[in-house]
Design a binder for this molecule. Structure first.
Ligand code: ARG
Ligand code: ASP
Length: 676
């Protein structure tokens, strides 16, 4: 008994406290349902996922390429976040019709705005195909067997200990119905991003259209609103601390089972490098945005997405250090190694993995460095695409490729290219600096600045007109394309640490062994942009010594932050007027002795990037909010989830309704919703 080590104690502590950790596969949710019901869920596993009848999964979609959305009417009305609709809203905006700044509300179906290229994906079914893959069947063959014009993919879970087939229906006619102005939808901007308390009305509304048979179709004015098999009723009853919450969505990527070496690399090497490189890019883009409203719109989405991960990584490093994840994992691995020592098939595993890491790590580092530097020079990619188009004598070169330039500014790209190439040089071990790049620099100017000027002055890809007029040969020899090629010559740089075959082959038996050894731990597969269920409850948390954060924020907090001189906190006048008149309609409520409107809440659900836009569901299966973020102390939860402090942030559905109604004047939309 005395020999129970620190590691095991830590790991018991972890287990007993980890009740709300986990992102569960919906078709296997039966194994969690007892726990869910104890926490307040009233429905059954079949309500969550069923292949025999309509179930909640039919009301949840993958929105675009990395967010979640949910149906809230039987006529295809879809909710997601403002930051998930951002790219689409930006695409539909111009200086004359600036929907990012002023918002947009269709007052009838005819006014809804089609978004070319935007798709949503519904999971038709999923199926365990492990046995078939293990019997040597090809995943391509399994996919090819899927009928009905569906999109299918086979995804590994637990590093290939299990495989699932996912079958999706992909809708291609998606239209913007409404969005608040950014001063509501992005209130707090990058200042408040990843922070609680939060006051962002982070939602936008779309409608999915289908053909006359309710099947996916390209945009056509003859299409009809899609009739989903299920949609969410909206709870107007409100939430309070302790209430059950469930998140149903598409988390993108977690690494909960990686070994200590990998975590150490993230916290000590990778994150710090990426943060520093992005700081420089953000400074350049912000300065340009301050000079011109057109550039502000053009670079809005790029800025937001660069800033988002940049800020998250900063919190992640702090979180990993605060939790001592590296040491904890090391202790856990030592315990495992002791257990594995006399098991032939497992005894070598940790050593093998560590050796594989050492081997792959330097290339992975180069890949990450490249992704944050050379790869971000847009001109290189554009020149290459334009060359490829001419090479293939693409018929529609004009129509298809003009869009590459819509949000492109060659002056900004030039300034960014100088910065990132210098960054590359700074972080690249001298012996790995590509010889060909050194030669180009020496040949054309001698310094990185002079070389970049040479590239931008002589490239035919800096504008659509120039590229279109250039010959195939000219584009082939284009200095920007040359730069692009220099960085792509070494295919090793494209490898990804989490799925490099050298490492993956060890993770597979390692996970197998862990599950055999650590019987107390509730294992769930890492997120991989497949549909998952997370559940927990609305809860505040201890932010710092003597500082407890309440789980609910209100309109009063918005008014406290309001400041016309600060871009991120400058709310629309209409919101000030509504507040002054306390004109909240049916959305007003007494919270902590104040008549106000609820805005956002936090809960203990385990979420990740991709869960943005996910429905937050109460025990009765009704919609109470839209998930959009995590708190500052949660940013490491993709690597270690700490149930005492990790919280997801959601916009309260009543604030969404309030904004539609009072700010947008679009309450006609309520007619098709089920408000409860
Ligand atoms: N942090 C959230 C997520 O990871 C929201 C990001 C969008 N908001 C922003 N201010 N950039 O996507
Ligand atoms: N904001 C994230 C998203 O866009 C969610 C998160 O990382 O918590 O998916």
């Amino acid at each position: 008994m005395k020999k129970i080590s620190l590691a095991l104690l830590l790991c018991f502590a972890f287990i007993t406290a980890s009740a709300d950790e986990g992102m569960w596969l919906p078709n296997l949710i039966g194994s969690r349902i007892k726990d869910m019901r104890q926490k307040g869920f009233r429905l059954s596993a079949e309500d969550i996922y069923s292949i025999n009848q309509a179930s909640m999964k039919d009301a949840v979609v993958l929105f675009g390429s990395g967010c979640t959305g949910e149906y809230i009417s039987e006529e295809g009305l879809l909710l997601t976040n403002h930051h998930c609709g951002y790219g689409s809203i930006q695409k539909l905006s111009s200086v004359e019709h600036d929907y990012l700044t002023y918002g947009f509300w269709a007052m009838s179906r005819g006014e809804e705005l089609p978004v070319p290229g935007l798709t949503v994906r519904r999971l038709v079914r999923m199926e365990d195909v492990t046995a078939r893959i293990e019997a040597g069947e090809d995943s391509e063959k399994i996919i090819a067997e899927v009928e009905g014009g569906y999109f299918a993919s086979v995804q590994p879970m637990y590093y290939g200990n299990q495989y699932f087939l996912f079958v999706y229906e992909v809708f291609r006619d998606v239209r913007l119905v409404g969005t608040p102005p950014s001063s509501i939808g992005k209130f707090g901007g990058d200042t408040d991003n990843w922070i609680w308390p939060r006051h962002t009305g982070d939602f936008s509304i779309f409608r999915v259209y289908a053909d006359k048979d309710n099947k996916p179709a390209d945009y056509s004015k003859d299409n009809k609103p899609y009739r989903p098999a299920r949609h969410f009723a909206i709870s107007t009853k409100g939430v309070k601390e302790g209430d059950f919450t469930m998140i149903y969505g598409f988390p993108g990527n977690t690494q909960e089972y990686v070994i200590s070496d990998a975590v150490e690399y993230v916290a000590e090497v990778s994150d710090p490098m990426k943060i520093a490189l992005r700081t420089e890019r953000l400074d350049i883009i912000s300065a340009a945005q301050e000079q011109s409203p057109a550039i502000r719109i053009q670079y809005a989405a790029k800025h937001a997405s660069i800033a988002n991960a940049w800020k998250k990584w900063q919190g992640e490093v702090l979180g990993i250090k605060r939790l001592g994840t590296v040491d904890k994992k090391r202790a856990y691995e030592n315990e495992f190694a002791e257990w594995a020592a006399d098991k032939e098939e497992y005894a070598h595993l940790l050593d093998s993995m560590k050796a594989a890491y050492n081997e792959v790590r330097e290339w992975y580092y180069m890949g990450e460095l490249y992704a944050e530097t050379g790869k971000t020079i847009e001109l290189g990619g554009i020149a290459n695409v334009m060359y490829a188009a001419k090479h293939r004598r693409h018929e529609n070169i004009a129509d298809n490729f003009r869009k590459l330039y819509v949000n492109y500014n060659a002056d900004i790209d030039r300034a960014l290219a100088k910065a990132v190439l210098k960054g590359f040089e700074r972080y690249c071990p001298a012996e790995k600096f590509p010889v060909a790049l050194r030669e180009e620099i020496n040949k054309y100017g001698g310094t990185i600045d002079a070389y970049v000027d040479y590239v931008f002055d002589n490239s035919n890809a800096t504008s659509f007109e120039k590229a279109e007029a250039a010959t195939k040969e000219q584009l082939e020899a284009d200095p920007a394309r040359r730069l692009f090629e220099i960085f792509t010559f070494d295919k090793k740089m494209y490898r990804n640490l989490s799925n490099a075959p050298e490492i993956e082959r060890w993770y597979r038996p390692y996970l197998h062994a862990l599950r055999e050894w650590d019987q107390q731990r509730a294992f769930y597969p890492d997120a991989n942009l497949t549909l998952r269920v997370a559940y927990g409850s609305i809860a505040g948390y201890q932010y710092a010594d003597g500082e407890y954060h309440n789980p609910v924020s209100t309109l009063d907090g918005i008014i406290e932050k309001d400041n016309p001189a600060i871009y991120d906190y400058n709310i629309p006048q209409v919101l000030r007027d509504i507040y002054a008149r306390k004109d909240y309609g049916r959305w007003g409520e007494n919270i902590n002795g104040r008549y106000t409107v609820p805005v956002a809440f936090i809960a203990t659900n385990h979420t990740s990037g991709g869960n943005s836009g996910s429905p937050v569901i109460n025990g009765k299966g009704e919609l109470i909010g839209i998930n959009f973020d995590r708190t500052w102390l949660s940013t490491m939860s993709d690597i270690e989830f700490d149930p005492t402090i990790c919280r997801n942030i959601s916009v309260d559905i009543r604030y969404v309704m309030f904004v539609i109604d009072r700010v947008g004047g679009a309450s006609y939309l309520f007619d098709e919703m089920k408000l409860k």
